[in-house]
Design a protein around this ligand. Sequence first.
Ligand code: ADP
Ligand code: NI
Length: 208
Amino acid sequence: MEYGFASPEGKASRDIDHAVAYVKELFCDNSGGHDAEHTLRVFRTAMVIAETEPDCDRGIVALAALLHDVDDHKLFHTANNANARAFLAERQIGSGRIEKICSAVNSVSFSQNRNKKPETLEGQIVQDADRLDAIGAIGIARTFAFGGEHGRTLEETIKHFYEKLLLLKEGLNTEAARQMAGPRHAFMESFLKEFSEEVGEIGEVDIP
Ligand code: ADP
Ligand code: NI
């Protein structure tokens, strides 16, 4: 399959195609924040960042990005990366690479690592790609989808921007991700400004 960036060839390329098919199937019942489209965007963004980081192993980046949410505790009741490991073993990936992929995946989550920077470059790249998908227009859409699913009001959901999303830009690991984050961050700020202005205008109207 063609992905629009220099992807690995041969078996590595087929492994990626299989991982794409796997996540499409696995996330088919999810909507909004954690659908397959989220994973596929993180994958594409990670590969774009990887092209600017010559020292990274792009095969590891690709599979770690594609598998980064397959054992997310909010969605699946697996332990020790069971879904990722089962997929990778089935594809006959060597145990050394399986460990590298799982360690990259485990370093991505913001909450589970108390903001610790991933130790490997591959983990840093996938973390950046996942965070870029939480900001900008896509981030706004995902956040309100999450708020809706959890029965929260718009005002309650707006708090999440100040608690988390506006802070993500500062913690990015790679220069390429920082570049991409600039306009996305600015768009969130202008959205929040417009939102509060519109709410303010309505607030000033006297209801007869
Ligand atoms: P991921 O697993 O991809 O890192 P999360 O599970 O943290 O992401 O969040 C998925 C989406 O839901 C994100 O876009 C995030 O901003 C949104 N989200 C997470 N927590 C909240 C919350 N408390 N209120 C609103 N949106 C949230
Ligand atoms: Ni994610």
